[in-house]
Each structure stands twice: as structure tokens, then as C-alpha cells.
Write a protein that binds this ligand. Structure first.
Ligand code: NI
Length: 193
């Protein structure tokens, strides 16, 4: 397994639509395993392939690593086949939008259809944080970030700050200094989707 570098916004690769995988072969399983390791190390509870620069419809999630009943979920070609009319609001963050958080409204319950690590078709009905996380990750596959669900005023403010942080980091690296800002520590992995 290997840790993969996580892209941060603004990055054109995060705005692209990812392509379905033809089959869950050894290459896709390797990608899933590397993504899971990268997600745990971040730490976060969800990660989509475009966040590591791979434009394939693959996501991994583990909303509660203490809870071994469900374990990690590895999904290829996930799609929402049913969504509830009622909504839920959750304060979302994202490993590609480090240190920024915002309330996002989404359907409270969804059913997702996907291929598992063995290539078997599965339907999973979910609610709560799992429903939020799955919708957030599937958005990534369509080039959508959680900040695309909030006001353009707040979105542009966040993007400006991210660019500023990146420039500071590059300047520190060029000058051989230790980074003046410590990296991207999510206030809580539950908010790093
Ligand atoms: Ni995300």
C-alpha cells in the first residue's frame, strides 16, 4: 500500500467529471487500498479518487473506525438510486479544502448502488453521517466540492484563503524555512470528508 498526495482546491483536476471503471480489477483494488490508507493517515472519513488525481469513479469511506460492524466501505461506480424528500444539515469539511467548514443541506436518507471490492453489485440504504459522506464523495466524482453548495461570497473567500496559504507554503519551502503554518489538521476527522 502507498500514501497518495491529496490535491487541494483550487485545482482543475478537482473540477473534472470522473469516468466509471469497467471492472473492479487488480488495479482498481490497489487504488481502493491506497486511498483507504491515505484517508486514515490524513485523517479523514471519506476520500474520492479525483482527490488523489485519479479521474475514476471510486470512493472509500469509514465513518467510524471504532465500529467494526460496518468496517470501511470501498465503492466503484457508486450512484444514488433513491433519496428522501426530507433534508439534513451537516457541517462539512473536505481533505481538499483544508481548515474550512460549512453547513451543507442534502437529502437525509439515500440508497447507493455500487460495486464492492470483489466486483459484486450492492445496494446500501443509509442515513445520518454515512448518507452525508456518500453524497459528498459522489459529488467529487462529478467535479463538485462542498463549497459549491454554499454562497459564492463564502466560496470565493475560502478559495482566496486557500491560495494565500499555498503561496505562503511555497515561499517558505523556497526559502528553506520550516512551514509557518502547520498543515491542514482537521479540527476533527468527522469533518474531513
Ligand atoms: Ni471531500
Amino acid at each position: 500500500m502507498a500514501l497518495l498526495p491529496i490535491l487541494t482546491a483550487p485545482d482543475p483536476r478537482l473540477k473534472k467529471k470522473s469516468l466509471p471503471v469497467e471492472a473492479v480489477d487488480a488495479g482498481v483494488r490497489q487504488l481502493m487500498d491506497d486511498m483507504l490508507e491515505t484517508m486514515y493517515a490524513a485523517p479523514g472519513i471519506g476520500l474520492a479518487a479525483p482527490q488523489v488525481g485519479v479521474l475514476k469513479r471510486v470512493i472509500v469511506l469509514d465513518i467510524d473506525r471504532e465500529d467494526t460492524r460496518t468496517g470501511p466501505l470501498l465503492m466503484a461506480n457508486p450512484e444514488i438510486v433513491e433519496a428522501s424528500d426530507d433534508d439534513a444539515t451537516y457541517e462539512e469539511g473536505c481533505l481538499s479544502v483544508p481548515e474550512h467548514y460549512s453547513d451543507v443541506v442534502r437529502p437525509a436518507r439515500v440508497t447507493v448502488r455500487y460495486l464492492d471490492r470483489d466486483g459484486k453489485k450492492q445496494d446500501l440504504a443509509c442515513e445520518g453521517l454515512l448518507a452525508t459522506c456518500i453524497q459528498h464523495e459522489i459529488d467529487h466524482l462529478d467535479g463538485i466540492l462542498f463549497i459549491d453548495h454554499i454562497s459564492s461570497l463564502k466560496r470565493n473567500m475560502i478559495l482566496r484563503k486557500l491560495l494565500k496559504t499555498r503561496k505562503e507554503k511555497e515561499r517558505d519551502e523556497a526559502e528553506g524555512k520550516a512551514p509557518s503554518r502547520t498543515r491542514d489538521q482537521a479540527k476533527d476527522p468527522e469533518h474531513a470528508l
